[in-house]
Design a protein around this ligand. Structure first.
Ligand code: SF4
Length: 346
């Protein structure tokens, strides 16, 4: 089975030289054991399997795919919340997988996360002010109570909340307001890079747009770089500069935002896009429908060759035998499909 060579990893990058994050051949395989006392792994869940990409400073890279495709695990490996099984994660030129706990703690000021569920990610016993202000204290970024209160008030204003709300508890806020608190907490240490892990999935559609607009405003104001993770292509469309599509631990397509929506190449991306509703009934009736059959296979026992072949509507005899590499098939447009790369007997 082939793997993606380093040269291809680099070519999957945007052409902008100002790369803030470089992920190369990242793997995260979780051991599975038979029982509570058994330490011997029965196998491995290949949550992320040889993923490479780069993110440029100030860019938003959208990462999409169905639940269990490895996008959240990729985000956590980047932040070193999981120790990757293999591969490199370079942030600002620094290899994170080699950093000790102390150096990684310092690096965390630069790299923050916004979680999916604003209902469970905030401590219900802490006030909004303390939730937002805690990282300021942990990282020693404020001197004295006055500066602390001032900074918390400023962060609340930055995310569209009123400073008097600092004394309220999470249950006193709406879902959208709670996510704003999560955003303020991430912003508190002045990061340059944020992993937004499905930040709007738990919110009503009307509130989703508000949070996405807020993230865009903050990006401009603070020159932030985002890895924006979502399971829905329609959500990432608005905010992303480029979009990467993941399936069963693999990156199967990556291109500039408009290009991927206008000209999807991988059959899985086509299927995801054909499920996104189009408001215009004429356009909706004209577009190609790609219906997927079956469920996503288990990452514990992934299919041979192209992992998408059991569900792919255009698979042929070569697909179970060869794992396609992510290759540039059109300018700045990468796809991992034998059909697109002209490899195999098509
Ligand atoms: Fe489908 Fe084969 Fe392409 Fe995989 S390599 S996406 S199975 S056509």
């Amino acid at each position: 089975m082939t793997t993606m060579p380093e040269a291809a990893a680099t070519s999957a990058a945007t052409q902008n030289d100002d790369v803030i994050l470089e992920v190369t051949n990242l793997k995260m395989h979780f051991p599975v054991s038979s029982g509570f006392l058994s330490r011997k792994p029965l196998g491995y869940v290949k949550a992320v399997d040889d993923v490479s990409f780069t993110v440029s400073r100030g860019e938003t890279l959208g990462l999409v795919g169905e639940s269990g495709c490895g996008k959240t695990t990729t985000g956590r490996c980047i932040l070193q919340l999981y120790k990757p099984t293999a591969g490199q994660v370079k942030f600002n030129g620094q290899e994170l997988t080699e950093l000790g706990t102390k150096d990684m703690r310092l690096m965390r000021r630069e790299m923050q996360v916004i979680f999916q569920d604003p209902y469970s990610s905030l401590n219900p016993r802490m006030t909004a002010g303390n939730i937002i202000g805690e990282p300021l204290v942990v990282h020693g970024l404020v001197r004295g109570k006055d500066e602390y209160r001032e900074k918390v008030a400023e962060l609340l204003v930055n995310v569209g909340l009123n400073p008097y709300m600092a004394d309220r508890f999470p249950h006193e806020f709406s879902g959208g307001q709670r996510q704003r608190i999560g955003v303020a907490r991430a912003l508190s240490v002045s990061p340059s890079f944020i992993v937004a892990d499905e930040p709007v999935s738990a919110l009503d559609v009307s509130i989703q747009a508000q949070i996405i607009n807020l993230l865009e405003d903050l990006q401009e104001q603070f020159n932030l770089t985002y890895l924006f993770i979502a399971h829905d292509l329609s959500v990432v469309r608005h905010i992303s500069d480029r979009v990467g599509v993941m399936y069963l631990g693999h990156l199967v397509e990556m291109a500039e935002r408009n290009e991927i929506y206008r000209n999807p190449i991988h059959p899985y991306t086509k299927a995801l896009l054909s499920a996104v509703p189009i408001p215009d009934p004429v356009l909706d009736s004209q577009r190609e429908r790609v219906l997927l059959t079956g469920e996503v296979p288990s990452p514990l026992n992934p299919p041979s060759g192209c992992v998408f072949h059991p569900r792919c509507p255009v698979a042929n005899d070569s697909c179970p035998a060869y794992m396609p590499e992510l290759r540039e098939v059109e300018t700045d447009h990468h796809a991992a499909c034998l059909l697109a790369t002209g490899y195999g007997s098509f």
